[in-house]
Design a protein around this ligand. Structure first.
Ligand SMILES: *Cc1c(COP(=O)(O)O)cnc(C)c1O
Length: 399
């Protein structure tokens, strides 16, 4: 039997980073604002903005920091209500709380995308801003979302942490809202260990984010094209010091050239395994929405006809016994993507029956772009066999 593929190892960092890292180590020039100009972080900001087709990019320490700074840049009042999907990573409501705002959760359907009826209803409940979290790279109906928010003049922040390379009607995800935020944490498309960036076309938002990210005194002069906005905000904003350092930028820059290949391979891998799982009566991989071109590096699917939690838990165990780790989001203890575990949010846990039902049968498994055909077959076979094993047992013994 072939060995189970290792789905945790990252790709090596491109060779091109090594000489630059060596140069930084020799000079000790790690702080982004020491060099008079063209520090690696500054160059990355230029390259990333161009890569995405945005006017401005601000590199920071994480996507969480980018989300926090986005809310701060919008100058929301203390206690402002921010609408987010109920299916996301705990970092998202955490960023809202960090910004002294209150997260309001909207229902998410079995296709992992926002339930638009619930979203539209909650948008009229005194909402000051929206964060659309493209969770696991699944894109909600951005046409409807942008129209609803534009009618009410509610700003949209895109949490595109896991969506680098995803497109909507051919446009890059992260460029649809007022601000787009991305992650360079190791499990994302570009790996710097940690790191994040926000992009925007709005000069004032960019300037505010730059200063609050920690461009103290006149360090803002090392950011291009925002001089008038900076002068307006000098000494008026707190400095949260969420900067990126040069080593991270040097690790990230050569990976931008790899994104296209990773997206192509990741999507091919995903669709291959998805097609195989969809041949089973016990599993369903929801299709993307029409305008969406995905860039997945993991696979989500729903268990179908698994009437009890015990069956779903047995499926996790059967897959594990076959060498493949699967998490049912709502059935793995303390999962950071289950909204009832976000007990740091003020007030009682909200009643979100659709999202809860989805989380109790939705499975998550890693599927990095570097996997090869035998790895994909190994994973698909393990999942198909695991489902059969559980359901055969149920048929034999009843429930
Ligand atoms: C990873 C992730 C984040 C957080 O990114 P960090 O860079 O680790 O702060 C936020 N939202 C989503 C959807 C993510 O996948």
């Amino acid at each position: 039997m072939p060995l189970a593929p290792n789905v945790y190892d990252a790709e090596p960092i491109p060779e091109a980073a090594c000489a630059e890292i060596e140069r930084l180590l020799q000079s000790g020039d790690l702080f982004r604002y020491t060099a008079p100009k063209d520090a690696p972080v500054t160059v990355l900001e230029r390259e990333f903005a161009e890569f995405m087709g945005a006017r401005y990019a601000v590199c920071v320490s994480s996507c969480s920091a980018a989300l926090f700074l986005s809310l701060k840049a919008l100058d929301l009042p203390r206690g402002a209500r921010v609408l987010i999907p109920a299916f996301t990573f705990a970092a998202v409501p955490s960023a809202v709380v960090h910004a002294d705002c209150h997260p309001v959760l909207a229902e998410v359907g079995t296709n992992y995308r926002l339930d638009m009826d619930d979203f539209a209803a909650k948008l009229d409940q005194d909402i000051s801003a929206v964060i659309i979290s493209h969770m696991r790279g699944h894109t909600s109906d951005m046409d409807a979302i942008m129209a609803l928010c534009a009618e009410r003049d509610v700003p949209v922040i895109e949490d595109a942490a896991h969506s680098l390379g995803t497109r909507w009607h051919g446009r890059n995800i992260g460029t649809l809202g007022k601000i787009g935020c991305f992650s360079f944490q190791s499990y994302k498309m570009v790996n710097a260990g940690e790191g994040g960036v926000l992009i925007t076309d709005d000069a004032d938002l960019a300037a505010r984010a730059v200063i609050m990210s920690g461009a103290y005194e006149h360090n803002w002069k090392k950011h291009d094209g925002l001089q008038n906005s900076f002068a307006r905000w000098q000494n008026k904003l707190p400095l949260y010091n969420l900067r990126m350092q040069n080593l991270s930028a040097v690790v990230i820059r050569p990976q931008l050239a790899e994104v296209e290949r990773r997206v192509r391979d990741g999507l091919a891998n995903h669709d291959y395994v998805a097609d195989r799982l969809n041949t089973s009566p016990w599993m369903d991989v929801p299709p993307p929405l029409g305008p969406e071109e995905r860039a997945p590096d993991s696979l989500q699917f729903n268990l179908v006809g698994f009437d009890t939690d015990e069956e779903a838990i047995a499926f996790q165990a059967e897959a594990k016994a076959r060498g493949v780790s699967v998490q049912v989001f709502g059935l793995s203890q303390d999962n950071a993507r289950a909204f009832w575990n976000w007990q740091f949010i003020d007030g009682p846990t909200p009643d979100l029956p659709k999202t809860r039902a989805m989380l109790m049968r939705a499975c998550d498994t890693r599927l990095p772009a570097r996997l090869q055909q035998p790895d994909l077959d190994f994973i698909a076979n393990a999942l198909l066999d695991a489902a059969e094993a559980v359901k055969a047992e149920t048929r034999a013994y009843g429930t």
